[in-house]
Design a protein around this ligand. Sequence first.
Ligand code: KG4
Ligand code: ZN
Length: 338
Amino acid sequence: MYLLTIESTCDETAAAVIDENLAVRSAVVASQEKLHERFGGVVPEIASRAHLERMLPVIDETPRRANITVADLDAVAVATTPGLAGSLLVGLAAAKALCVALDVPLLAINHLHAHVYACRIASGVNIFPCVGLIVSGGHTSLYRCSDALDFELLGGTIDDAAGEAFDKVASMLGLGFPGGPVLQRVGASGNPRAFDFPRSFLHDPRLQFSFSGLKTAVRYAIAPPGTPLPAPESLDPQFIADVAASFQEAVADILVAKSLAALRATQSRRLCVGGGVAANGRFRELIQAACAQDGIELHIAPLSLCTDNAVMGAIAMERFKAGLFEPLDLDIAPGLVR
Ligand code: KG4
Ligand code: ZN
């Protein structure tokens, strides 16, 4: 049995072929990073146009790499929520067209649930029940995951996502886009205690995040209120490194504290973490240490499955096995987080 999964929620056009044993037969990702770089963030209109150009070549290439043809596919799954509307539409239209042409069932993928499922694919073992933490460019969310088909949203950010904060802070420091990897690189030679940046809701029992105050604190560390941001070239490299390290430390502290709070609240002993920010080295260190200390079983997606990919769409195999097929008038749900 072969399932084709399609991912186009943001700025990666991706597809994968997954078999009934959840083995990844092939996976292709066409990144658009270069197209958005000079804008310092993903431009939705550029993203959807780029998906249009890349979608068919990617869908063509993926079964080929699995040594099958599209005629061998038994089902097609596509991420329909959440994401950028134009981007989601390209993936959904492609998936529907394949389903009609091949006369195979259509399956829907919740992109955030899929980020958690990346841990299932990577580990090869059952990960349910668990607490799921998704930290990406668009979302910072905690879930109670009873099984692959039963996710309950416990809380999320009330303003910016953690990844968005990484991207904005990098932009203020003139480091380019995406901000996470470069901030991590630059921060490696900085002092994480140089600035005492705020950690919102750290001791608040509510399972929610806020990163906008942290972003503002970084802004004011670079230039006091009422003064414009200096040209990045004029900033001292050690100052940039210290801001990057201190900012990263604050984000990591928050993510660790809230994960532990969610584990306590749900009396869960297993944590699964995914999303682009889960690639952050300092966060990985701190969450590993915290889980080891508390005897929590930790699954954290490998770097290749942290950022957007279609492999994690293998979660749709669980829907296939449960017969949860979608009608061909299925729509996207760009802003829905559930
Ligand atoms: O999951 P993802 O690829 O896309 C969304 O669904 O949003 O996450 C992208 C985000 C970006 O904000 C990027 O800056 C961040 O993940 N990111 C990182 C790292 N690598 C990527 N943040 C911190 N440290 C990293 N090493
Ligand atoms: Zn994502």
